[in-house]
Design a protein around this ligand. Structure first.
Ligand SMILES: Cc1cc2nc3c(=O)[nH]c(=O)nc-3n(C[C@H](O)[C@H](O)[C@H](O)COP(=O)(O)OP(=O)(O)OC[C@H]3O[C@@H](n4cnc5c(N)ncnc54)[C@H](O)[C@@H]3O)c2cc1C
Length: 306
């Protein structure tokens, strides 16, 4: 197909871009089903997914997409994302191969693709318990920073010292915590779509009871089912799950998607759910909660358009 003089072999990805991405160290796939790339297990196919082998090739992939003006997006563990049944038109840049962390005194330098569980294991081996508040959050470092992941007592933004990002002008920059502008489940990094390459976290501070936190998760959250975690942010001073429950929506089902009986802020995929079914539940929940409490729930999960 020719569009604006460009030959498009893979959705919106021109053949020249596909070729150049393919030259970078890493793995490249085309027309890849997204269901296996997200914890909720839905979504059509992505035009292209590249998993760079090195930070340099990640930077190269982003620069190439920017130069070709092709839509692209960073993908961590996919634990906060709802892709459409029509898939993703553009290039997903997965950080799955960019793992690792190095402890340096009171800090740890972490690569963007490091799973939080691996980070906790690495610091736990040297007796550090200050990151244990992240236990059970199934993300990778870059996604956790973009989302300012955490629990009510603490979020990752509270322990970030510096973040290395790729600026819109294409420079690798180290930014301080103020520039990250962390807020409850968000940051300037997410709003401005700044790619996180790595970050330096502080290892000193308060500790957490890891076993108690895990036990609480196991009793309160539907961990055996596929989900994207909390669907909505908690409104100030309130709990989204309680509002949904009081609106009578616990167990509400559309097709193979359902409001969890265990935790009403989780929507679970019972097996083979469509993204559209999950979106329908989201719309109905928002309408019913608004009608009952005059509170408009704000999404915590990110809905990614085709
Ligand atoms: C069972 C379950 C429990 C959960 N519990 C919690 C919880 O207690 N607290 C909490 O905060 N969250 C929770 N979550 C949600 C989710 O795990 C977090 O938001 C997590 O930090 C997302 O990380 P990720 O790597 O999966 O990001 P993804 O879902 O892959 O991406 C999320 C966003 O981050 C961006 N992103 C990814 N990598 C980068 C990068 N390198 N640079 C810049 N942007 C990037 C993506 O483009 C996207 O906008 C839970 C999810 C599940 C499924």
């Amino acid at each position: 197909m020719l569009l604006g003089g460009r030959e498009l072999l893979h959705g919106v990805v021109p053949a020249t871009l596909a070729g150049a991405l393919g030259e970078l160290p890493g793995e490249i796939r085309f027309s890849l089903p997204l269901a296996g790339r997200t914890t909720i297990g839905v979504g059509g196919r992505a035009d292209c997914l590249i998993a760079p082998q090195t930070i340099d090739s990640m930077v190269g992939a982003i620069q190439l997409c920017r130069r070709h003006k092709v839509r692209h997006m960073l993908l961590g563990a996919g634990s906060n994302l709802l892709f459409s049944d029509q898939g993703y038109r553009g290039v997903l840049i997965s950080t799955e191969r960019l793992m690792g962390s190095v402890i340096d005194g009171e800090t740890v330098n972490v690569s963007c693709g490091e799973p939080l569980a691996a980070l906790l294991f690495a610091v736990g081996r040297v007796g550090v318990r200050t990151l244990d508040f992240l236990v059970g959050i199934p993300g990778r470092l870059g996604g956790a920073i973009a989302m300012n992941a955490g629990i009510p007592a603490q979020s990752i933004g509270d322990i970030v010292q510096r973040v290395t990002v790729l600026s819109p002008r294409g420079e690798v920059q180290s930014i301080g915590v103020e520039e990250c502008r962390f807020v409850y489940r968000g940051s300037a990094i997410r709003n401005e779509r700044l790619p996180v390459l790595s970050a330096q976290l502080c290892l000193s501070g308060g500790t957490f009871d890891r076993d108690a936190l895990l036990a609480e998760r196991r009793t309160r959250q539907p961990l055996a089912a596929r989900s994207a975690g909390s669907t909505f942010k908690n409104p100030p001073g309130l709990f989204a799950g309680r509002l949904i429950e009081e609106a009578g929506l616990k167990g509400f089902r559309v097709g193979m998607a359902k409001v969890s009986e265990q935790h009403a802020n989780f929507i679970v995929n019972l097996g083979g759910a469509q993204s559209a079914e999950i979106s329908e539940i989201i719309d109905i929940v928002r309408q019913k909660v608004y009608k009952r409490f005059r509170i408009l729930l704000e999404l915590e999960i990110e809905v990614v358009d085709q």
